[in-house]
Design a protein. Structure first.
Length: 336
């Protein structure tokens, strides 16, 4: 999830271009509930990109800072975090969860969510959120938007500012904990920025040696965990064992300022570079397959759309020039 730079009635409101002074540039995919099935194990897919250099199209701009897109298959909508500039003596960034219904409707789905990275739970009933407002991982029920805590702390010490997350079919959730949204609050992690997992309410350490871990992604079969370390310009790879624990850490790829990421059904990775305004696409073997360009600072990506093949990107310039972008690709995403 994006890392630097740095509002609320409990009701739904439709954002119009006129109301926000933002321009809708392209009509995205048609609305409607996603009908595409989850990824099929053993299926064969062709090249994921229509060309080596793909340009994404702007859906709507004018936002301060967008992050954490995730597709809700049951409603055919995209959820994403809308962050504002830091406020108050603690310097915390307010945020809300927006819901985008193609082709053009944006509404506040969860006000004051405190969220950055988002992921729909395996059963489709909740949106999991890396919540920097109270330095936890939270879950919001999609039916009534009620909030519960998934991971409160590690060994009694508050996290820095949970940033991004990914969840497996068994409910094990992995999340990154850099200090980007910690603001002026006390450091209870002893200067460490880490990756954790939470399973059945128990929080365990994955790795506390990474400089500003950010995007986290599971492979489609759930047997590999990828973590981008923004401060080290590297993506790490871990074996995931049946109990959710990890090991066998290796370097998967090097790239500039890896931020949020997603994966397709073939296991290809789509990793946002926050400084380049690009998404770098890698094969499961680590070979770079091409790039997708968007705004100046690309923070994250997620698959969605009726066939699962629309890649949504959050990208732009900080301070009011952020937007949601989209492009249609050849391989469906996992999950979408």
């Amino acid at each position: 999830m994006a890392h630097r730079r740095t509002p609320r009635h409990r009701r739904l409101w439709t954002v119009t271009a006129a109301a926000l002074g933002i321009a809708g540039v392209v009509a995205p995919a048609a609305s409607g509930t996603t009908t595409a099935a989850p990824c099929t194990p053993g299926a064969t897919y062709g090249p994921p990109l229509p060309s080596q250099a793909v340009a994404a199209q702007l859906v709507r701009g004018g936002f301060t800072f967008l992050e954490g897109p995730t597709w809700d298959r049951r409603t055919g909508t995209l959820l994403l975090s809308n962050l504002q500039n830091p406020t108050g003596p603690q310097g915390v960034q307010p945020s809300a969860v927006l819901r985008y219904t193609p082709p053009a409707t944006f509404e506040t789905f969860i006000a004051d969510s405190g969220s950055n990275g988002l992921a729909i739970s395996a059963d489709g009933t909740q949106v999991l959120a890396a919540t920097h407002d109270n330095r936890t991982v939270s879950a919001y029920r999609l039916a009534d938007r009620s909030r519960t805590t998934v991971a409160a702390n590690y060994l009694g010490h508050a996290f820095n500012s949970p940033n991004d997350l990914t969840t497996g079919q068994d409910g094990t959730t992995y999340f990154s904990d850099p200090n980007y949204q910690r603001g002026n609050r006390a450091d209870e992690q002893g200067g460490r920025t880490s990756v954790f997992r939470v399973r059945d309410g128990v929080v365990s350490l994955v790795d506390d040696t990474l400089r500003q871990p950010n995007g986290v992604v599971l492979s489609p079969d759930g047997k590999t965990l990828y973590v981008g370390a923004t401060g080290a310009n590297v993506i790490m790879k871990y074996t995931v064992f049946p109990d959710g624990s990890t090991g066998n850490r290796t370097t998967f790829a090097s790239m500039r300022t890896p931020d949020g990421a997603t994966v397709d059904c073939a296991g290809n990775l789509y990793w946002a570079s926050s400084d380049e305004g690009l998404v770098h696409v890698f094969s499961p073997a680590g070979t770079q397959l091409g790039t997708i360009s968007a705004g100046r600072n690309t923070t994250n990506a997620a698959f969605g759309g009726p066939d699962g093949q629309t890649l949504y990107l959050t990208s732009g310039s900080f301070g009011g020039g952020f937007g949601l972008y989209q492009t249609h690709l050849n391989v469906p995403g996992n999950p979408y």
